[in-house]
Design a binder for this molecule. Structure first.
Ligand SMILES: Cc1cc2nc3c(=O)[nH]c(=O)nc-3n(C[C@H](O)[C@H](O)[C@H](O)COP(=O)(O)O)c2cc1C
Length: 189
């Protein structure tokens, strides 16, 4: 276990609507093995289309997956921001990069991203053309200028199920790569 995280380190994982979110339980396991701590997973509505919050609940202390007013007393954004030590947006869509770079707060996760004063790391996963798009490049640069950490994706080969063609695209790092990226942020926090 790392010296940098305490057993009480409270992780907030913002899970967004990338296909890569289907692997989230694996990442939660790797983070817990490396750092201990407790894990709240805050899923966007789109993320819940890819992965059931109930399945995520098997790997996390808490899962928040709704925007309902009855959740406000416990899950209002300012409280979620205050109650966690570090935020990982994993995986991060082009959409959440855009909202965060603009300071927009259209949902609970993006509101927490505005409200937190803790370290925030984004782990993007998207197609090659999207990642190269000037708008995405601008958003990544803006987030870095604002002090957020955007962890560059790695090239990953996937086979298209219809055409059978294998193509690479910028992908969320493997779990050990995510652990490696988180360690210095924890040390500095
Ligand atoms: C099958 C499918 C896969 C997707 N995968 C990605 C992805 O890997 N990265 C990405 O940026 N957007 C992806 N999208 C688009 C996002 O789901 C869409 O932008 C959504 O509005 C994101 O919402 P969120 O950021 O609030 O979760 C995908 C959409 C579909 C239908």
């Amino acid at each position: 276990m790392s010296n940098f995280a305490t057993p009480e380190t409270r992780f907030l994982i913002g899970a967004t609507g990338s296909i890569a979110v289907t692997r989230l339980p694996e990442y939660l396991g790797a983070l817990r093995t490396a750092f201990g701590g407790s894990y709240t997973v805050l899923m966007t509505h789109t993320a819940t289309n890819f992965l059931s919050p109930h399945a995520v609940g098997l790997s996390a202390e808490r899962v928040i997956a709704r925007e309902a007013p009855e959740d406000w007393p416990t899950d209002k954004p300012s409280r979620l921001a205050a109650d966690h030590d570090i935020v990982l947006v994993l995986p991060a869509t082009a959409n959440v990069l855009s909202a965060a770079a603009a300071g927009a707060a259209p949902n609970r996760l993006t509101t927490v991203l505005l409200a937190t004063e803790r370290p925030v790391l984004f782990f993007p996963h998207m197609g090659t053309a999207m990642w190269r798009n000037p708008a995405v490049r601008r958003n990544v640069a803006q987030l870095r200028e604002d002090g957020r950490i955007v962890v560059d994706p790695v090239e990953h080969a996937d086979r298209d199920v219809v055409t059978g063609v294998v193509a690479t695209h910028p992908a969320l790092r493997e779990p050990d790569g995510v652990v490696t990226a988180v360690r210095p942020a924890l040390a500095a926090s």
